[in-house]
Structure formats: structure tokens, C-alpha cells
Design a protein around this ligand. Structure first.
Ligand code: ZN
Length: 445
């Protein structure tokens, strides 16, 4: 009986990161789309990266999609920390938009989903299950109780609702971060050395799941795309090891045992929580003065935007949230504007009213984008934080144009509270989110 090795590769880049994405494409996406590895591993491509590839390297995107034989999985739309979302409708929309992206490019329904930063909660999983998602992936410490990662688990959510969880083996970190292992070899150096060690970790009939950022192979580690290319060949030489995708594995071995997950846990807040995306966390350098005020400012704008959207768009749309969920199809150009409005309007409207509705939808779209988790990821206020603030500003501007309600002034005031100290030639310079946003607006718009 074979020992099964499974892998998941998470591909993702934030928006407006073109210079880096181009480098990463040459080092990672392009070579790994050619070397055959994606036929053997579960993978997901975030919608923002799909957009970049579509614009800049269609061939690579096409090859990645062609590798799919049921093993590719979806991702919620824009890398938002799902358990931090407060409104049910926003959890739904993130999943619906992610699924619509997947369906458009992969031409089928996704069976699994990759949660951004594997951040999870039972509440999020309930919505995944309701939307037909069968499985997802977590870090070993996200499982309650014994950290046995050698089998898939059923998470019972409510009556007739469950999701299968696969927890990756902690040895994934040794590959991703290339730690020297106990035998003194670097894990990534030689596939056969790695396989010797993995083999010892798996019992007969069990599985071992490795999960990492796809960018590990070729970008974080030069030439690791060659290592990845050889991996299935190295396995083929061994009688007792079998490489199989998560989708294939679950067809053969359904989850039998029940388990539970820790609410508000993630893979890259190593203490097990979500503080990395709220206040800053001890596992990544401690409390940060910009993060909590930024989150509060954006949440306040979000609440207000939803309220305005419900009141204003509610006058014309049959169901405002259904309209918002379909709005992504306009971005995907899979529906014509005319059709979209015909489907959702409850009465005829004037040109001006239509323009306002478009602005309100665009505001709701940018509100989602403003919560992209990369804005909180780094110890200092980063380019990605600026991008989030710009999205919030765009949303507030759209609301103002549509309704004359001024959400810009309160937003800027709230962003004054997001403080940071920048290192400049050994000296610390104080800066606020508002200052950074205004600099950005003055230079770039
Ligand atoms: Zn942490």
C-alpha cells in the first residue's frame, strides 16, 4: 500500500506590483507552467494575479489553466482576511467573486478553496460549504486537539453542512524556508534527500500534504523550479511512494474522522491568531501603531458605504446584494452592461440615476479591495497600505459623486490616527496614513 504525497501551491500577487510580478513571473510562474509540475499538485491562482497574467503573459496563464485536471482550486476575491469580515454579505461576496473568476478561467466549478493566509473560522467555513465548496487547507496548529496531519478531516458545521479540512505537515516550512534539516542537508538541495526524509514521516496508507507559496519555487529559491520539476520523477522511482493531487486523493479516501478548527487562526501569524492583521503581533515584531487605526478607519467607511448603498441603490435594484455579486461579471466582461441592468433593475431609470448606481457599485467594489491583507502584513506602513488607502479614497470619492455625501473628510481624519515611524539615515521620522495618502495622490494622480 502506497504512502501518498500531496502538495498545494498558492500563487498570489497583489495589484499594482508590476515590477516585482514581472520578475517573479520570469523566475517562477513561467518556468513552472512549462515543467509539468502543475499537473501533479493542487494549486490556486489569485484573481489579481490572473488579471496580471492575462494582461502581460497570456501564454503562461493558458499553460497554468491547461494543467488543470480537477486539482486547481479557487480563492476568495482579493486576499481579504475572511474571519475578520463583519458583514455576512461581504463573506458571501468575496467567495462568489472568487468562484466567478475561477469559473471564467477554468471553465468548471471549483471543488476546493484556498483561504487567504489560511485564515479561518467556522462562520467562514459555513458559507464556503453553503456555496458548494468541499475542501480547504489549513496549518497544523489550526486543528483543535492532536496535531495529526496524516488524514483529511470532516468539520461538521451545522445540520447537513460540512467541509473537509486537510492540514499540511509542518515539514512544509523546512522546504519553503529552506531550513537545514536534522541530517545537515538543506531540504531543497536534492529531491532524493527530501524524499528519504519525507518517506520516514509517512506511515503506510497515510498521506503527507506539503503546502507553500508557489513563489517558493524559482523566486524565493533560485532553481527550485528545477527541483520541483524533478520531484514527480524522483517519486516515480520509488515503489512505496505515490504523488497524487488533493482532488484525486479525496476521491479515493473520503474524510472519515471528525475534527474541529480554531476560530480566527491563520498560517502566517505563528502565534495562531490574527493579530498580524489587526494590531500587529509578537510573532512578527510586536504592536504597530498604524494597523488598528487603519482597520477601524476602513471599517467605518465600509459600514457607511453599505448603508448608503442599501438606501440609494435599494430604490432601483430588486436585490442590492445580488446586483453587487453579479457586478464582478462586468469586470470580467462576461456580461454586457445592458444585460446587467436589465437583470437587476426593478424599474426604468434615467441616465443620471444609472451613473449614480455605477458609482455606488464601484464604491462597494473598492471597499472590498481596501481590505487586501497585504496592507497590514509589514511592520511599517507599506506601498500595499497606500494602495488600500487609495481604494478607500476612491470609494469615498464615488459616494460623494453619486450622493453628495462627504465620506472623504472623515476618512482623512481617521487616517491621521494611523501612525508610523520611518527609518531615515538612522533617524526616525513620524508619518501618518493621511500624509502618505496625500503624497501618493499628489504624485500619482
Ligand atoms: Zn502572530
Amino acid at each position: 500500500m502506497a504512502k501518498h504525497i500531496l502538495q498545494h501551491w498558492h500563487f498570489y500577487q497583489p495589484r499594482n506590483n508590476d515590477k516585482w510580478t514581472n520578475i517573479i513571473n520570469n523566475e517562477c510562474y513561467k518556468p513552472n507552467s512549462k515543467n509539468g509540475i502543475l499537473n501533479h499538485v493542487s494549486f490556486n491562482i489569485g484573481p489579481t494575479l490572473i488579471n496580471w497574467l492575462k494582461e502581460n503573459d497570456k501564454e503562461t496563464l493558458e499553460r497554468m489553466i491547461q494543467s488543470d485536471n480537477g486539482q486547481a482550486i479557487a480563492m476568495p476575491y482579493n486576499h481579504r482576511i475572511m474571519p475578520l469580515i463583519r458583514h455576512e454579505e461581504d463573506i458571501k461576496t468575496q467567495i462568489i467573486w472568487g468562484k466567478k473568476y475561477f469559473q471564467t478561467f477554468f471553465k468548471r466549478e471549483p471543488e476546493g478553496i484556498w483561504l487567504p493566509e489560511t485564515a479561518t473560522s467556522r462562520r467562514v467555513c459555513k458559507e464556503l460549504a453553503k456555496q458548494g465548496i468541499k475542501y480547504t487547507i489549513g496549518a497544523p496548529w489550526q486543528k483543535k486537539g492532536e496535531q495529526n496531519t496524516s488524514k483529511p478531516y470532516k468539520i461538521k458545521l451545522e445540520k447537513n453542512l460540512e467541509i473537509t479540512y486537510l492540514f499540511y505537515n509542518p515539514v512544509s516550512g523546512k522546504i519553503a524556508f529552506n531550513n537545514p534539516t536534522d541530517s545537515g542537508n538543506k531540504f531543497l538541495d536534492n529531491v532524493d534527500t527530501t524524499l528519504d526524509q519525507l518517506e520516514k514521516l509517512i506511515e503506510d496508507k497515510e498521506m503527507l500534504l506539503l503546502a507553500y507559496d508557489g513563489e517558493t519555487f524559482g523566486h524565493h529559491h533560485k532553481f527550485a523550479d528545477l527541483w520541483a520539476e524533478y520531484f514527480p520523477k524522483g517519486i516515480a522511482k520509488r515503489k512505496d511512494l505515490k504523488m497524487i493531487t488533493i482532488a484525486e486523493y479525496l476521491k479515493e479516501f473520503k474524510a472519515k474522522e471528525e475534527a474541529d478548527i480554531w476560530d480566527n487562526s491563520a498560517w502566517s501569524c505563528l502565534c495562531g491568531g490574527l493579530k498580524r492583521w489587526t494590531t500587529g503581533c509578537n510573532c512578527v515584531g510586536g504592536y504597530k501603531a498604524y494597523q488598528q487605526p487603519l482597520l477601524k478607519a476602513l471599517e467605518k467607511l465600509e459600514d457607511k458605504s453599505h448603508e448608503i448603498f442599501a438606501n440609494e441603490a435599494g430604490k432601483y435594484f430588486k436585490d442590492i446584494w445580488a446586483a453587487r455579486n453579479d457586478y464582478i461579471e462586468l469586470k470580467l466582461e462576461s456580461i454586457k452592461e445592458e444585460e446587467f441592468f436589465k437583470k437587476h433593475l426593478k424599474k426604468d431609470i434615467t441616465k443620471e440615476q444609472k451613473k449614480s448606481l455605477q458609482q455606488l457599485l464601484e464604491a462597494e467594489y473598492h471597499i472590498q479591495l481596501s481590505f487586501t491583507s497585504c496592507g497590514w502584513f509589514f511592520p511599517n506602513l507599506s506601498v500595499q497600505t497606500e494602495q488600500n488607502m487609495l481604494d478607500a479614497y476612491t470609494a469615498a470619492s464615488m459616494i460623494k459623486e453619486a450622493t453628495k455625501k462627504d465620506m472623504i473628510t472623515p476618512l482623512l481624519k481617521d487616517l491621521t490616527l494611523a501612525e508610523d515611524w520611518i527609518d531615515e539615515k538612522g533617524k526616525k521620522r513620524h508619518v501618518t496614513g493621511r500624509e502618505r495618502l496625500e503624497l501618493y495622490l499628489n504624485n500619482k494622480i
